[in-house]
Design a protein around this ligand. Structure first.
Ligand SMILES: C[S@@+](CC[C@H](N)C(=O)[O-])C[C@H]1O[C@@H](n2cnc3c(N)ncnc32)[C@H](O)[C@@H]1O
Length: 457
């Protein structure tokens, strides 16, 4: 069959790609159909053929998969936020578990894998701790929402986001009303003109309080200040209003400067007994409902007696370090952003954790110089929680040289996690992969948070 762009075809979907697209085989060719599920019989039209990859758009579901459900969100489809709302939640979980197992099996062939312990959400909605919305200019005014799937500049106007906490929808509506009365236009990446760029909203875990960072091009402060009173009035959960300026051409917020206009500079929060302060740009675990079981699982996995030295590498504002400090002898956190180190120190004081030290620097640099593990006792536990790219290659050898009895590796990217585990396990065969936990931090997307526990015996 000649599958050119524009060709219409009927297919039975057999599988789901790692990106969440339905996969069908037609003769010897593979076709990817967005929003199609294994078990669906669908009509689709070929939209693109590139490098042997055939992509098709769903036209009609002739016979639905038994796992197909009605998406809760009215923006599902065009919105780039969720890809799997049409799949029932237990099937999403089972699929993520299979995908993770397959990723590990591919990277670590022949290695006996432990069962993957899954921590799903009880109700997989209204869970995102931080959301970044983008303003867009349309013929009838300014819209505010998420990027259209696959588009750099087109924005889906969102009035209610089902993965954001409820109060966020009221904030979006109030912002949209008021920027539309400002006389200023939304930023357009195409010609780098316009003023309103992003609304970054953080929600606290414990009280559902909101912090807003409203990001614009460089321009009149008075236009942003005019929004402060009406937005606070419209959204009682709002506790903090920052103005940020981003001047670079980019489709993600790269905020060069920000100023507090009203309210508290930090949200005060608590999770799993850890009290902390967080500002508008720091990282905290992105699921307000599963952060608690994550920190509890970390505590259970390390089984501290009070004599241990722990190194929390890539520590952010120190929450893993502080989750463990009360049962450890000494905890050292390492973080490359100096403001995060300052907050980690402040959070340690808030929790009375005087047995903690936070070090500013890049993990790989400190490891390479062999200075890190001389700061205190040899590590009994090393916790790794790097960004998506995983460990720097310079980190492997110094980490292994410590012979730490336990390494906990937390990751939002199973591919880089599996790559790093392969190196660690191959270079020191005394380590074994004892436990793998999958936390469903990102329901309705193909993503997951994974905690791998290595023990040296
Ligand atoms: C996934 S977050 C970890 C957050 C923390 N463990 C928590 O539970 O809140 C990764 C952190 O690593 C920091 N980071 C990124 N690259 C780094 C590097 N090369 N060395 C040290 N820290 C780094 C980032 O600033 C960020 O705070």
């Amino acid at each position: 069959m000649d599958l050119k762009p524009g060709s219409s075809l009927w297919v039975e979907v057999e599988d789901l790609s790692p990106q969440g697209l339905g996969v069908a085989n037609v003769d010897t060719q593979t076709v990817w159909v967005r929003q199609a599920l294994p078990g669906d019989k669908v009509q689709a039209v070929v939209t693109r053929r590139r490098l042997g990859r055939i992509e098709a758009r769903l036209l009609k579901v002739e016979q639905p998969s038994p796992h197909r459900v009605l998406p809760l969100c009215r923006h599902f489809g065009p919105c780039g936020g969720c890809a799997l709302q049409h799949m029932d939640y237990p099937t999403q979980i089972a699929w993520k578990q299979r995908m993770l197992k397959a990723t590990f099996e591919e990277a670590l062939p022949g290695l006996p894998l432990p069962d993957i312990r899954v921590v799903p959400m009880t109700s997989p909605w209204h869970h995102r701790a931080k959301m970044e919305f983008t303003f867009g200019q349309q013929a009838n005014g300014i819209v505010l929402g998420l990027h259209r799937r696959g588009s750099f500049e087109r924005i889906v106007d969102i009035d209610c986001c089902e993965i954001a906490p409820h109060a966020v929808s009221a904030l979006l509506k109030a912002l949209k009303d008021h920027v539309n009365r400002s006389g200023l236009e939304a930023y357009r990446p195409k010609d780098h003109r316009g003023f309103w760029r992003y609304a970054i909203v953080r929600s606290s875990y414990s009280k559902g309080e909101l912090m807003l960072l409203l990001v614009t091009q460089d321009g009149p402060r008075s236009a942003v200040e005019a929004l402060v009173d009406p937005i606070f009035q419209a959204v009682p959960e709002l506790k903090s209003f920052y103005w940020g300026i981003a001047t670079k051409v980019s489709d993600v917020a790269d905020v060069q400067m920000f100023t507090l206009l009203r309210g508290t500079g930090m949200l005060e929060d608590e999770v799993a007994g850890i009290r902390f302060h967080v500002g508008p740009i720091q990282f905290v675990q992105p699921n307000v409902k599963l952060a608690h079981p994550l920190y509890e699982t970390i505590r259970t996995e390390v089984q501290l007696s009070g004599k241990e030295a722990i190194y929390d590498l890539y520590c952010g504002i120190g929450l893993i370090a502080l989750a463990l400090a009360s049962k450890a002898k000494w905890v050292c956190g390492v973080e490359s952003v100096s403001e995060n180190v300052r907050l980690a120190e402040m959070n340690a004081k808030l929790n009375g954790a005087s047995n903690t030290t936070f070090v500013w620097g890049k993990v790989e640099d400190l490891l390479k110089k062999s200075t890190l593990f001389k700061l205190g006792p040899a590590p009994d536990v090393i916790v790794l929680d790097p960004p998506r790219a995983g460990l720097h290659p310079d980190a492997y050898a110094p980490l292994l040289k410590t012979c730490a009895p336990t390494i906990l590796y937390l990751s939002c990217n199973p591919t880089s996690l599996a790559r790093d585990l392969k190196v660690l396990l191959e270079r020191d065969p005394k380590y074994r992969l004892q436990t793998v936990h999958l936390f469903d931090f990102f329901p309705h997307t193909p993503h997951a948070e994974v905690l791998a526990v290595l023990r040296r015996g």
